[in-house]
Design a protein around this ligand. Structure first.
Ligand code: ACO
Length: 359
């Protein structure tokens, strides 16, 4: 049996394909780098939801419905913020979203994708003792999320960089959180609970919880002279380098370069990027030496960390921002599973003690 279901095909999907040998991610027929440059978060969401939420969806329609959905979600923000009070960002967002049963007039996929940025911004502001800011339905999700976080409009380059990020992480095959969403959706419980369950799976450091620790690693290394000894000592002591390695990709994760381009477009701190690039190059070389044959390369989280840092997002909130983008994919997968799939109910092999024979 494959530990971790390694290499097992668990379902058919029309949503996305991860080619780990070619280093390619295709979402509904379009490579991720094209989607990030051309379609943006609302465009990729339209693609993901096409045929599951409605037919003939396009970017403008989804921008409009998510804008109106954010406004509708804001009416529920007090309850969400009360539920998440005192919790770290991901559990707080989970608790907040769990209070949302429906948004009247909105399909659940729209409702949860619209509510996630509204609730998250309010929860993060509450943490800093600040009042929630009402959404602006005329903006994109990326523009409005930055505005609701900061209380003022973001520069176009910043909104474009966050939009590229949300697009890039919108869907990615049967990763652990998406598989979780599909298991839950297979019970026919609905889109919302499936997405909330997926958010729990996302939080772990082996999945979406790595970008904060990537920055901790860069900080801990400190300067260029420390890179190689630091990396070697961590690997020798059996630690994993955050932002490297992937179950499916055996080459560089294609999302890394999309995000690196977005970091560069912000051109905030060229020195920080150059230092990170040196850490990346040394890490790949040392991993190849210390873990021969494992084919460990950069994953999405390495440049996610630098991008969200450049956008002045608090480190503790990185994984929750990831969830705002992945919500489009989770909801689409939940709908595909509920429509086309069966109850997911595999078997386990019992290896415990047998009952004693009756004397
Ligand atoms: N640093 C050091 N060694 C590593 C790393 C790493 N980042 N990743 C894998 N390895 C090593 C393992 O120690 C193992 O070595 P061994 O055979 O000598 O025991 C070997 O490579 C295979 O590791 P597995 O755990 O079997 O690989 P798996 O496919 O389960 O791991 C994972 C994938 C969890 C992403 C892993 O590479 C990892 O822990 N990376 C660091 C955390 C991280 O970056 N997470 C974000 C992933 S991207 C995302 O989910 C959005």
């Amino acid at each position: 049996m494959a530990g971790g279901l390694d290499g097992i095909v668990a379902a058919d999907t029309v949503l996305s394909d991860v080619d780990g040998e070619a280093g390619r991610l295709v979402i509904r027929g379009v490579p991720v780098e094209v989607l990030a440059a051309r379609d943006g978060f609302e465009g990729v969401s339209a693609r993901l939801w096409e045929g599951f939420v409605a037919d003939g969806l396009d970017r403008a329609q989804v921008r409009d419905v998510l804008g109106r959905g954010r406004v509708a979600a804001f009416a529920h923000v007090a309850k969400a913020v009360a539920a998440g009070a005192g919790l770290e960002p991901v559990p707080a967002l989970r608790a907040g979203l769990a209070t949302l049963t429906e948004l009247t007039g909105f399909h659940p996929a729209y409702a949860f994708t619209a509510a996630a940025p509204v609730f998250l911004a309010a929860l993060l502001r509450q943490h800093d003792g600040l009042a929630a800011i009402a959404p602006d339905p005329s903006l994109t999700t990326a523009q409005d999320l930055l505005r609701m976080l900061r209380g003022k409009q973001a520069a176009p380059t910043e909104a474009a960089a966050l939009d590229a990020y949300l697009t890039t992480v919108s869907d990615h095959g049967f990763n652990a959180s998406t598989f979780t969403a599909r298991v839950v959706a297979s019970t026919q419980v609905g889109v919302g609970p499936s997405a909330v369950a997926a958010l729990a799976a996302l939080e772990g450091p082996l999945h979406g919880g790595a970008p904060g620790p990537v920055l901790d690693m860069l900080d801990s290394i400190g300067g260029a002279e420390n890179i190689k000894p630091w990396l070697e000592s961590r690997l020798i002591s059996g630690e994993r380098l955050m932002g490297f390695g992937h179950r499916v990709y055996k080459v560089r994760d294609p999302r890394a370069d999309v995000l690196k381009g977005a970091v560069r477009s912000l051109s905030r701190d060229a020195g920080r990027l150059a230092f990170a690039e040196q850490v990346e190059a040394d890490a790949i070389a040392i991993l190849a030496r210390v873990k021969p044959g494992r084919r460990l390369d950069t994953n999405v989280e390495f440049y996610t960390a630098l991008l969200l840092e450049a956008l002045a997002i608090p480190r503790a909130a990185f994984t929750a921002i990831f969830a705002v983008g992945r919500m489009a994919g989770w909801t689409a997968h939940a709908l595909e599973q509920a429509r086309d799939g069966r109850l997911i109910r595999p078997l386990s092999r019992y290896v415990g003690p047998l009952p004693k024979e009756a004397a």
